[in-house]
Design a protein around this ligand. Sequence first.
Ligand SMILES: NC(=O)c1ccc[n+]([C@@H]2O[C@H](COP(=O)([O-])OP(=O)(O)OC[C@H]3O[C@@H](n4cnc5c(N)ncnc54)[C@H](OP(=O)(O)O)[C@@H]3O)[C@@H](O)[C@H]2O)c1
Length: 314
Amino acid sequence: MRYRRLGDAGVKVSAVALGGWINFGESKTSTDAARAVVTRAYEQGVNFFDLADIYERGDAEKQMGAVLREFPRHTLVISSKVFWPMSDDVNDRGLSRKHIFESIDKSLARLGTDYLDIYFCHRHDPETPVEETARAMDDLIRQGKILYWGTSEWRGAQLAEVYDVCERYGLHKPKTEQPQYSMLRRDLVEEEIIPAAQPRGIGLVVWSPLAQGMLSGKYDGGVPDDSRFNRETWARDQFLNAANAAKVRAIKTIADDLRISRSQLALAWALRTPAVSSVIVGATRPAQIDENVGAAEIDLSAEVITAIDQVLAA
Ligand SMILES: NC(=O)c1ccc[n+]([C@@H]2O[C@H](COP(=O)([O-])OP(=O)(O)OC[C@H]3O[C@@H](n4cnc5c(N)ncnc54)[C@H](OP(=O)(O)O)[C@@H]3O)[C@@H](O)[C@H]2O)c1
């Protein structure tokens, strides 16, 4: 495993991280199956585990947290997030000081830890002044409940604004942004987010780097029963179409030449820029972890990156 700095912060995250969305929580997988995946990731050098309050309404934090508690705390970088509604209550949502302060204690209790390494604002909240949110995050850092904070799916101008607010008032600045980024979803990150984040020392930790499994090639011959696109038809509708299928087939030739899998190629491609601190993958079985962590060791040549660009532009 290779480790990268989180933007310009001192903490280092594994280049390949494991996320707890959709595959974790008792309604999604058994405790034993979850334990097998998380343990394999840890054994393979993954130190960064990404969660959110909203993932199975707290159940993913509970299930993954129960496994993570068995490992020495200093060897882990644990993140969670706040923003999405956790109930019908008008204040049980968003990025107000009230909701942030109440949410952190619930996430810490579910995870069974005293602090989060990273706390993400899961979206931008147009109904809360950015100064209120930044001050709440700064206070949580000063209280020791979180070590770093970040944003997810914020636009470039929003990153610039919050950075300026933190600078003006001497608050801890966000050190990471979590956008969607993959071979099949690249434009916003490359055109807007990297130019806004990189000069401000904000490292990207990117989600769905395999386009929810599409880039692995597992859907070349249809949708297997035991796959995400069978379980989550909305995800299939986002990615499974003739144009994407042709690109994924074309990528196979490039991966075969390098004697790596398409999943490894897709992850190494997302990691080709130092603006990306980590790719957050999902996994339903230990074998996927074994394959995906291999990407951290792969450096792609300029020729390979050009060949991939040609495939993706087609
Ligand atoms: N901030 C946000 O708004 C946001 C949104 C979404 C996700 N996230 C974060 O990003 C994480 C990853 O998202 P994701 O699960 O969509 O990522 P992904 O890595 O693009 O997709 C994961 C899925 O791909 C399949 N897969 C993984 N490795 C494979 C391999 N080697 N071979 C074949 N199939 C493979 C598995 O599907 P099967 O189920 O078919 O086995 C797995 O569930 C989440 O857990 C979460 O932490 C954040």
